[in-house]
Design a protein around this ligand. Structure first.
Ligand SMILES: [Zn+2]
Length: 206
């Protein structure tokens, strides 16, 4: 598949200038980190990838790695979602060293998909915070809905029902996944960056 990167795409320019106008506020505690993820999301969209960005932040609040979706460009890599990229880069950087990630946070512009959530659970990242919900492809809202109804389901005799295998569910409960405390415009930009190339990508997949 070859997707051509348009020069000076006006939609990308518009997202960039809107992002520049977002003032990091003290009322939304996570604006600064989410703004960085949205910047990466726009960058990935400008390369005709799915527009998603992620950063990994350590206990002290320092950004230790950055990732962006690179599924299509520079060449097809099915697993290279933003969160995967951020974790790959971090693991490459600390090669050989065992780092406990329980006090680390991965910020991402979009609710993680099942693949990225699984990776985050396996990596042991303590906190996952995302700007925008992904009602169609996100995994967090599905697990949350299941966990809320779990007791009721058990009462009704559905003992073996689950959305994750038991061990993974235990990982999920210990780690934390939630929406960011951030400006509404950042949430909108995160969604728009993600949706920007969807139609073009889907039409090439048929
Ligand atoms: Zn993903």
């Amino acid at each position: 598949m070859s997707l051509k990167v348009p020069n000076g795409n006006p939609e990308i320019q518009s997202l960039k200038s809107r992002l520049d106008k977002v003032i990091v506020s003290s009322t939304n505690s996570e604006d600064a980190y989410i703004k960085q993820t949205v910047k990466l999301a726009i960058e990935s969209a400008s390369n005709l990838n799915y527009g998603v960005g992620a950063i990994l932040v350590d206990k002290g609040g320092d950004v230790v790695s950055r990732g962006q979706n690179q599924v299509f460009y520079p060449y097809f890599q099915s697993g290279l979602h933003a969160e995967m990229d951020a974790l790959n880069q971090f693991e490459e950087k600390i090669r050989g060293e065992r780092v406990d990630l329980k006090d680390y946070t991965i910020y991402t512009s979009l609710e993680p998909c099942p693949m990225c959530m699984s990776r985050i659970l396996m990596a042991g990242v303590g906190f996952t915070v995302y700007a925008a919900d992904d009602d169609l492809g996100g995994m967090v809202h599905i697990i949350e809905a299941y966990l809320k109804s779990k007791k009721e389901l058990k009462k009704q005799g559905f003992d073996n029902i689950g959305v994750l295998p038991d061990v993974w569910e235990q990982f999920y409960i210990k780690q934390s996944f939630r929406k960011a405390d951030c400006d509404l415009e950042l949430q909108k930009l995160a969604i728009e960056a993600f949706l920007l190339n969807i139609q073009q990508i889907r039409s090439k997949r048929k």
